[in-house]
Design a protein around this ligand. Sequence first.
Ligand code: FAD
Length: 466
Amino acid sequence: MSKQSLQADVVVVGSGAGGAAVAGRLGRAGKRVIVVEAGPLRFGTQGGHARNLDVSEAGMLAYANEVMKEWVFPCGSSVPVQGLPGFLVSHGAGGSFSLWCSNAPAPDISELPAWMDPADWADYLGQAAQVMHIDPDIAKDGVRAERILAATRAVVGELPAGREVQPMPIAARRVDGRLKYTSSDDLLAQAEGGVAPLLIVEHIVQQVLHRNGRASGVVAVPRDGGEPLVIEASAVVIASGTLASAQLIQASAIDAGPALGGNLLDHPIISTRVLLRPEILAGVPADDPVFSIWVPHSAAHPWQTEVFRFPQTPPAGTRDEDGADVTTFVAMDENPDNRLFFEPGVKDAFGLPQVRVQLRHSAADSHRISLAMAENYRVCAAVGDTLRGAGVMLYGAGGSAHLMGSCRMGPKDDGSSVVNAAGQLWAMDNLYVAGNAVLGTSNSSNPTFTLVAAALRTADRILTTL
Ligand SMILES: Cc1cc2nc3c(=O)[nH]c(=O)nc-3n(C[C@H](O)[C@H](O)[C@H](O)COP(=O)(O)OP(=O)(O)OC[C@H]3O[C@@H](n4cnc5c(N)ncnc54)[C@H](O)[C@@H]3O)c2cc1C
């Protein structure tokens, strides 16, 4: 079959948070970037957020409907990945970043790789906060927010300075008086002098082309079955999510060493929908702003709890705006045996090597989960009516949407990591990974803020090489 071809300075696979962060920064430096996305354009923009379609209170249910429709098993399969019953992804411009709840907690120092300079992280987290428009104050002024904050503080024990119960930083800003939630469209945005990345949708990258330790481009296959597209570039960035990034490296016959697919980290997630207590709902104005309350992760408290509203259909007989989700994410031990396996000779619906996953909780994980569950219930009882449908639930593996670590970063090429601090594969000169796949340090904070910081560092490294 004949092939079409295109050229760029850099080709990026995947348009979610990791891919968009790298592509946007390279574009702002004047580089020609092509982003290839397996899914379609949606929500009227290039990677915009489903919540922005209608940011009013009424729009919350429309957002929930989009999440239910667009959040699917990998490759749009009708069955989950074996070993990951709760794991869903989103194949469309913006990836899962187009659906995310915009909670952007700053990671605790204990959640970042100890072998890296904390000052370097602080610098890149600062840059990520800017491009993501993270606002620490946006969720603090509502009537419900103040009451939920006080009730949560009253039942959570003492926490380290700076990591006390507080309003959650949210990635959103006001544009023309309206809230705009951050997604890939913001990360891809260009100022004068920048070159807007070219987003090619509905193409599945099935192979990274390489020779003698250098990548030369990718092969992308159109979803409609047309001719394959070859995109040649001076550097390649794989940002196709935690499973598909490892799958693409394997499919391309790149020897990334034994850590490829190993050291998976999940956030065991406990989540409970409660009907807020009458004293929290009394006299709440119709335009009460968004609330999201945060019980942060710290070394002394290796899980985090959030009280916010997840986009979902409210239980029968209740109004969505009278409810809240109390969600607790728990840190897992790092363990190289928690890993994905490639099924020899079997391909998935994207034409990539089929995977199955083995994920086990250690005794320490189980103990941590039990403590976290107790906190979840205490917070539920403090803010909600636990006699009216509040069932504390531990989701199946992968249910947090925060699966990480299949291409983890590490300090040296000793078989325990796949990429270096800049996201560059140890085995290759100009092939990089961005996104949750590179995060391999035990943590429980929602990972998107941290992965965008890492992706901006990757973009800066690429700029030194072009
Ligand atoms: C409902 C929901 C709520 C969430 N809330 C939060 C939150 O409040 N805070 C937070 O920090 N995180 C949240 N998350 C998680 C957050 O969305 C992810 O951390 C983030 O999107 C991960 O970015 P990524 O670039 O690693 O992957 P993704 O966003 O998954 O992007 C990967 C992209 O690659 C594409 N792709 C895959 N394979 C190929 C291929 N072979 N060729 C081409 N393209 C390919 C996919 O279609 C996808 O668009 C939430 C997620 C969901 C679904």
